[in-house]
Design a protein around this ligand. Structure first.
Ligand SMILES: Nc1ncnc2c1ncn2[C@@H]1O[C@H](COP(=O)(O)OP(=O)(O)O)[C@@H](O)[C@H]1O
Ligand SMILES: Nc1ccn([C@@H]2O[C@H](COP(=O)(O)OP(=O)(O)O)[C@@H](O)[C@H]2O)c(=O)n1
Length: 248
């Protein structure tokens, strides 16, 4: 007889435009798991710093301010939400200004320590009563390598630079209806952010040795979701089997 599926911790990493957010939200919603967007946390920290006169070109100013804002993340995949010092940050964290500054802010070790602690607390389910044991999908850049190295499943999404830029510029166009989203400029901005995120000293963007790599270039979003749902179901069943064996 097969065991009841176990609550799992799932890490989904990869560069921008590979489908992390869309996939993670859909997988979490389908399987009744919580969801955490760690990029939104770094963006909220960056937004707060820009609003509070912190010079984001000065790592020592960033470091000194890293423990100041209260960053609160929701974990409902249908309406995650994020706030900084009580102000709703969901919309402004997607601005070009924040996108341009976020890699510099997130490279500062004091920022990473602060946000990594928050992420581990949320993943452990100790933030909200009743969360423990629900399982969670956490998406970002360093979840499988640093934040949750013991995750039950690690997925690393990739896609060609062209596909990623096309997806992102499609989003910019649909947001304001104008055709200003120059594909080449978008691709260049993504490459610059990849380079900054992959080359920083502290916890760079990197595939964990034990992550399953999924190249999404030629896949539809639905195909990627189905692939990850299958991987999560298997990880959950395997974990339940191990737990049952250990209890015997
Ligand atoms: N496999 C795919 N095929 C086509 N479009 C996709 C695919 N995956 C994601 N997208 C679209 O690309 C954009 C970026 O996806 P998103 O999930 O935000 O990526 P990330 O979180 O990795 O930056 C979204 O508009 C999303 O709908
Ligand atoms: N775990 C994470 C998640 C994001 N980040 C930083 O936050 C930025 C924004 O992440 P995001 O996931 O919102 O980016 P997009 O893929 O949505 O463009 C990244 O470019 C990284 O600089 C990070 O350093 N570590």
């Amino acid at each position: 007889m097969s065991a009841t599926p176990a609550a799992v911790i799932v890490a989904i990493d990869g560069p921008s435009g590979t489908g992390k957010s869309s996939t993670s939200k859909a997988v979490a919603a389908r399987l009744g798991l919580r969801y955490l967007d760690t990029g939104a946390q770094y963006r909220a920290m960056t937004w707060w710093m820009l609003n509070n006169g912190i010079d984001v070109s000065d790592p020592s100013e960033i470091a000194a301010a890293a423990d100041k804002p209260a960053i609160v993340s929701g974990t409902d995949p249908q309406a995650p939400g994020i706030s900084a010092d009580g102000a709703d940050a969901s919309v402004p964290i997607r601005s070009q200004e924040v996108t341009a500054a976020v890699s510099a802010v997130s490279a500062v070790p004091e920022v990473r320590t602060r946000i990594t602690d928050l992420q581990r607390t949320i993943a452990a389910g100790t933030q909200e009563p009743g969360d423990a044991g629900t399982g969670i999908v956490v998406e970002g850049r360093d979840i499988g390598t640093t934040v949750l190295p013991d995750a039950d499943l690690k997925v690393f999404l990739t896609a060609s630079p062209e596909a990623r830029a096309a997806r992102r510029s499609g989003e910019l166009k649909s947001a304001d209806g104008k055709a200003h989203a120059d594909l080449a400029a978008t691709q260049q901005a993504l490459a610059a952010r990849d380079k900054a995120d992959s080359s920083r000293k502290t916890s760079p963007l990197k595939k964990a040795g034990d992550a399953v790599e999924v190249d999404t270039t030629e896949l539809t979003l639905e195909q990627v979701i189905e692939c990850v749902v299958t991987l999560v179901e298997k990880a959950s069943a395997d974990k339940a089997g191990r737990m049952e064996k250990a209890a015997r």
